[in-house]
Write a protein that binds this ligand. Structure first.
Ligand code: TYD
Length: 143
């Protein structure tokens, strides 16, 4: 059972120099999982929303590498919104949490570290299905 309380900000190391900053992100060190995939969203038109789904098994950490945007997370009972606006903060999202990414600043870049390769079968793209499946998963196995 996962809840929005599991969606926590991770603060990454920041190595600052007069020439600029470096933030290293390593699987199983800065992140609670091995990184199997990295992807990024860019050239996001004003007013666009991303996400709008949950994952059966995937864990992700979402970073605003440039600019800012908000992530709304929803566990079927509660919802919260987190504004990401620093490249050294990541938002951890466990499995079975509905998420929406909204209010992108212009030129924003969203970087995502994921625990598994892309698999369409891992998505739940319909909110009502998510609510139904979440209730089943949270109830646990029938004994
Ligand atoms: P999706 O995850 O729905 O985007 P977002 O949550 O950012 O709105 O993916 C959009 C499309 O891109 C969808 O057709 C699947 C494809 N896609 C891949 O092929 N590989 C990937 O790693 C990702 C994240 C998406």
């Amino acid at each position: 059972m996962t809840t929005i309380d599991d969606c926590q900000i991770i603060q990454f190391p920041r190595i600052s120099r007069p020439q600029g900053n470096i933030t290293p992100v390593q699987g199983r060190i800065e992140l609670p999982f091995e990184i199997e995939r990295v992807y990024y969203l860019y050239d996001i038109p004003g007013g666009a929303n991303r996400g709008g789904h949950a994952h059966w098994n995937l864990q992700q950490v979402i970073v605003s590498a440039m600019g800012s945007f908000s992530v709304e997370v929803d566990d079927g009972s509660k919802r919260k919104s987190i504004r990401l606006n620093r490249a050294y903060y990541g938002l951890y999202i466990p499995p079975m949490i509905w998420r929406e990414l909204i209010d992108f600043s212009s030129g924003g870049i969203c970087l995502v570290f994921a625990s598994k390769p892309y698999q369409e079968a891992d998505y739940i793209r319909n909110y009502q299905s998510f609510i139904g499946q979440k209730a089943v998963v949270d109830a646990g196995p029938i004994s």
